[in-house]
Design a protein around this ligand. Structure first.
Ligand SMILES: *[C@@H]1O[C@H](CO)[C@@H](O)[C@H](O)[C@H]1NC(C)=O
Ligand SMILES: *[C@@H]1O[C@H](CO)[C@@H](O)[C@H](O)[C@H]1NC(C)=O
Ligand SMILES: *[C@@H]1O[C@H](CO)[C@@H](O)[C@H](O)[C@H]1NC(C)=O
Ligand SMILES: *[C@@H]1O[C@H](CO)[C@@H](O)[C@H](O)[C@H]1NC(C)=O
Ligand SMILES: *[C@@H]1O[C@H](CO)[C@@H](O)[C@H](O)[C@H]1NC(C)=O
Length: 435
């Protein structure tokens, strides 16, 4: 949901961002068009017509110095068939998806056909073999590596493959004190080896190749290899533009801190008496402002600092159960495990970021289970949250419970879990890169 729904003032919008906006719309249209055009198998309904909706950014922003960024939401409207004949055989046909039928059909097709070839690991002495650890801040990377090796999508035959996985995992190198320059050289050498030995990279200059990194070490180490970053699909936990994230090519990996300390929340709105909650490090501008503006507020539970373990067992996690809205401001990275914590504990996430391509946002309609704000909305945070009616909150909460399964890793992977969602994003992208 979006706070404040002022009438759309087109002239204002267009004068603001002019050609940049037009360009991004064109890119968006062409991407949507081509990605759907390439869905070859006959679908039981007419191909979707991409429809671009311009949403005004929140009118509550007061900083006139910072021009408002209009948000662009691509709505993939389905054909006119079957709109009324919803079959409620499972909880699939809910409004958390932009296009449930398309998702379901494509997902089934993906399960049947999608094949990925994994290049052999590099020299173990260079520390970029499969991560063994499945815990910690960057667990998503480890889960992906383990899941894909065990999954039905793996093929030993590169001629069968739709995509090629380059298994670079760099965070062990950092543990050994390797400099970023040297990491880049290791990655470059490994890649040069693959390019010389196998014919696959040269066929598309890497466009049907991908790599996965949740750790910012991996982001930095690969940034030193421009043709890798430009051509291959990057699956990264930091989908912000300052790391060169290209939304139609790259994939946002959710950062999930697993295992969760406590069970999933849900259907417990009567216990959610606190309006809003945040506690964490003030390691970004927006976090400093958030703490400064709201630290003494009696309705918003904003802690200046991390809740220390000494306060009591799992006090931090238990706070999520009691709260309606959990504030998720970007930290040193735009992503944060706080978002998936909020989803897991049933606390509606409030995304407080100017630029963040949320994970799976081309499949899931985040506005149905989250509150998405710009950083300048921080000054009106309480008013915005209080203006959300109880009914709206209950609806956001109930939808949140429905998306929990998409933000969870499993070993072995389970249908529709985080692994399958990432694989599905890759499946969508393999259609657009054939030359
Ligand atoms: C980088 O690699 C060079 C050459 O192998 C080596 O001499 C140097 O010590 C390395 N630096 C770091 C910080 O690892
Ligand atoms: C791919 O192209 C590069 C640069 O042109 C070349 O050095 C390399 O040998 C090629 N790889 C193969 C397998 O032919
Ligand atoms: C609400 O909180 C109480 C006390 O912590 C707990 O016993 C109860 O199970 C919670 N209700 C729901 C629906 O989770
Ligand atoms: C919050 O309370 C502290 C201690 O009383 C005070 O120093 C600080 O200025 C207050 N902050 C705001 C934003 O009012
Ligand atoms: C809003 O404006 C104030 C004063 O000009 C400035 O200090 C602050 O950083 C701005 N906040 C954002 C989020 O741009």
């Amino acid at each position: 949901m979006i706070a404040g729904k002022p009438p759309l003032q087109q002239s204002q919008l267009f004068s603001l961002k002019g050609s940049v906006l037009t360009l991004s719309i064109l890119t968006l249209i062409s991407f949507t068009y081509f990605s759907f055009k390439s869905l070859r198998p006959p679908l039981p309904f007419s191909p979707p017509t991409p429809q671009i909706t311009l949403l005004p950014s929140s009118a509550t922003g007061t900083n006139t110095t910072t021009p408002s960024q209009p948000r662009i939401v691509a709505e993939k409207k389905e054909g006119n068939v079957g709109e009324e004949q919803e079959d409620n055989d499972d909880d699939f046909f809910t409004d958390i998806y932009h296009s449930p039928k398309l998702f379901k059909l494509n997902f089934e097709e993906m399960e049947k056909k999608f094949k990925i070839y994994i290049y052999p690991d590099g020299d173990p002495k260079t520390f970029y073999q499969t991560p063994r650890k499945l815990t910690g801040k960057y667990a998503s990377e480890g889960y992906f590596f383990q899941n894909i090796r065990e999954s039905r999508f793996r093929t030993e035959d590169p001629d069968q493959a739709h995509l090629f996985f380059i298994p670079i995992s760099c965070h062990k190198m950092r543990g050994k004190g390797t400099s970023y320059e040297n990491m880049t050289i290791i990655v470059q050498n490994y890649l040069d080896g693959l390019i010389a030995k196998y014919p696959y990279w040269n066929r598309t200059l890497g466009a049907d190749h991908f790599f996965v990194t949740c750790h910012d070490v991996g982001v930095r180490a690969t940034e030193g290899v421009p043709f890798l970053v430009k051509n291959a699909i990057r699956v990264v936990c930091s989908p912000s533009y300052d790391v060169g994230f290209i939304p139609h090519k790259d994939v946002a990996l959710p950062q999930v801190l697993q295992p969760f300390a406590l069970p999933a929340g849900g259907n417990d709105v009567e216990n959610r008496t606190s309006l809003g909650f945040w506690a964490g490090h003030r390691n970004s501008k927006i976090r400093v402002i958030l703490a400064r503006v709201w630290e003494n507020d009696t309705e918003l539970d904003i802690s200046n600092n991390r809740i220390s373990r000494a306060t009591g067992h799992l006090v931090y996690q238990k706070r999520f159960y009691r709260t309606k809205f959990c504030i998720c401001p970007g930290g040193s990275q735009v992503n944060s495990a706080r978002i998936t914590d909020s989803i897991h504990y049933g606390c509606v996430p409030v995304i407080l970021s100017n630029y963040y391509d949320l994970p799976f946002n081309d499949i899931l309609d985040w506005q149905k289970f989250a509150v998405i704000l710009r950083e300048s909305d921080v000054y009106q945070l309480k008013q915005i949250l209080k203006s959300i009616s109880h009914e709206e909150f209950v609806s956001l909460h109930n939808n949140l419970v429905k998306v929990q399964k998409h933000f969870q890793w499993n070993t072995p992977p389970v249908k529709f879990d985080a692994f399958h969602m990432v694989i599905y994003e890759l499946w969508l992208r393999h259609h657009v890169i054939k030359y």
